[in-house]
Design a protein around this ligand. Structure first.
Ligand SMILES: Cc1cc2nc3c(=O)[nH]c(=O)nc-3n(C[C@H](O)[C@H](O)[C@H](O)COP(=O)(O)OP(=O)(O)OC[C@H]3O[C@@H](n4cnc5c(N)ncnc54)[C@H](O)[C@@H]3O)c2cc1C
Length: 463
């Protein structure tokens, strides 16, 4: 319990109007976008909304002195319960820190506060012809601090990589309130351990990220979208492999299986032939329209050599939107197919994608569960969605067994538990299986060094 005297100290740091104390306000900070049921044990004792690094530092110094748990939070779009304050204490939301501080065109870098929305970083840079590629599907509402907390990926990862590939430096408030600066604008920098990357993907367990320095690249001048329909999942995957092996790297290469397509068809009232087993959506980019045409022709030739049923090359901006609407609408379309849904985020070596999908289908058959499979096939990141009805007796246990086996399947083909959503709460029970004892004890040693009192986002990543 936080005493009234300590609450007053915190109010004095950020102003009473920026400390939420009513139960209804606090309830709003007790859940995220994972499938974890809401619970009163997840309601923080206080919600704190700082607006400067100094305020964050003062709040952390108080939390450290009184051993109060602190759970950092962006906009709670996380899928694994990372910002759920399971240990009570403070929910520290960075959503008032929304300034883009500098767009350095000569060095092609942007500096921003942690609460800036991902899409705002993209647009600010795009206005100057600069490109920040990481594009999680949640980018309209996720924060850049949350993206770095989870090392978020996105559709363009196949060509451009994930968030960590663009983080050059960070300002981090440590557990005791010390302000640390890591990295910088020097492109080559091997001075000491790579602390920037240590905090990237640390899920709020090692420090509070308050400012970020991101690398940018020139904005591609031309882009187009292709949609390929296949009668076989293997042919769909092989088309992507052959493209990549021939040196054609699309900006995005998304794959949807038949169940996913049926979900979208039902949701958006589309007519999709029952012969279609898989759909691939590609974004290609380059310097000129002629470039794009050449790439589209080569992709089409590869797809035809693998019995593609239909190749659609977008002819207008409207057609681009129509094609991407299918992929973007997937999550809600699948969610509408059953009373409950468990979405996972495994990642496998690219060439194991078809095998992993087959293993997931077998698991679905074994447990009589419908599992829709879609994902970023270009980088091996698969999102299996288990559709179920938890009101049925025994269903929850069956789903958990299926999830267990999906993780085993990922590990068996050389993959891992999470490609982009992190471990948070939902994957805690499995992390030891993925990392082994030396891996876990190394993580714990790092945590102990940076947060000896264990106040930063307690209860996350491992049990
Ligand atoms: C519809 C939908 C689509 C999605 N698509 C993608 C996708 O394509 N790719 C992808 O990678 N993810 C995706 N996600 C997941 C989610 O959007 C990302 O994980 C995102 O990075 C979370 O950002 P956030 O601001 O909402 O962070 P939160 O959910 O608030 O927090 C996430 C984690 O980061 C920590 N954290 C937040 N801010 C800070 C900070 N300033 N300092 C330190 N730690 C911090 C939190 O403690 C928590 O552990 C999707 C989610 C939804 C709902």
């Amino acid at each position: 319990m936080i005493t009234e005297a300590v609450k007053k100290l915190i109010r004095d740091c950020v102003g009473p109007e920026n400390v939420l104390e009513s139960s209804i306000d606090r309830f709003g900070y007790s859940y995220d976008s994972s499938f974890i049921p809401m619970a009163k044990e997840h309601i923080p004792e206080l919600v704190v909304l700082p607006s400067t690094t100094e305020e964050v530092a003062k709040v952390m110094a108080i939390a450290h002195q009184y051993a109060i748990p602190v759970t950092p939070r962006g906009t709670a779009s996380g899928r694994t319960g990372g910002c759920i304050p399971v240990a009570g204490g403070l929910s520290l939301a960075l959503t008032r820190m929304t300034k883009v501080l500098e767009l350095d065109e000569r060095n092609m870098m942007v500096t921003a506060e942690a609460g800036v929305r991902t899409i705002d970083i993209y647009h600010t840079c795009a206005q100057k012809g600069l490109f920040f590629p990481p594009d999680p599907a949640s980018w309209k509402y996720s924060t850049i601090g949350g993206n770095i907390g989870e090392n978020a990926g996105g559709m363009r990862a196949v060509k451009y990589g994930v968030t960590s590939n663009y983080v050059m430096g960070l300002e981090v408030v440590l557990a005791d309130g010390t302000v640390l600066h890591t990295g910088g604008k020097a492109i080559k920098n091997v001075t000491g351990y790579n602390l920037t990357q240590l905090f990237t993907g640390s899920e709020g367990t090692l420090g509070i990220i308050t400012k970020v320095l991101l690398r940018l690249i020139p904005m591609p001048k031309a882009r187009n979208t292709l949609q390929l329909m296949f009668g076989s999942l293997d042919n769909a995957c092989n088309t992507i492999h052959q493209m990549l092996m021939s040196g054609l790297v699309p900006a995005a290469a998304e794959l949807m299986d038949k169940i996913s397509l049926q979900a979208v068809a039902r949701h958006r009232k589309l007519d999709i032939s029952p012969d279609i087993e898989a759909c691939v959506v590609l974004e290609i980019d380059g310097d000129t329209q002629a470039d794009l045409l050449k790439q589209a022709e080569r992709i089409s030739a590869i797809a035809h050599s693998l019995q593609v049923i239909e190749v659609r090359i977008a002819q207008s901006a409207q057609e681009v939107d129509e094609i991407w609407a299918i992929r973007r609408g997937l999550s809600s379309a699948i969610g509408a197919m059953a009373p409950n849904r468990f979405g996972e985020d495994i990642s496998v070596p690219r060439d194991a994608f078809p095998k992993a999908v087959r293993l997931i289908r077998d698991i679905g058959k074994k447990y009589h569960l419908t599992i829709a499979v879609y994902g970023h096939a270009g980088d091996g990141n698969i999102h299996p969605s288990i559709l179920c009805d938890l009101s049925k007796e025994g269903e929850e246990e069956v789903v958990h067994r299926a999830v267990d086996e999906i993780f085993d399947a990922a590990l068996s083909v050389g993959g891992t538990l999470s490609g982009e959503h992190g471990i948070g709460l939902t994957k805690r029970p499995y992390i030891a299986k993925a990392l082994g004892h030396p891996g876990i004890s190394t993580l714990k040693a790092v945590k102990q060094a940076l947060d000896p009192k264990g106040i930063l986002n307690p209860g996350k990543i491992w049990e």
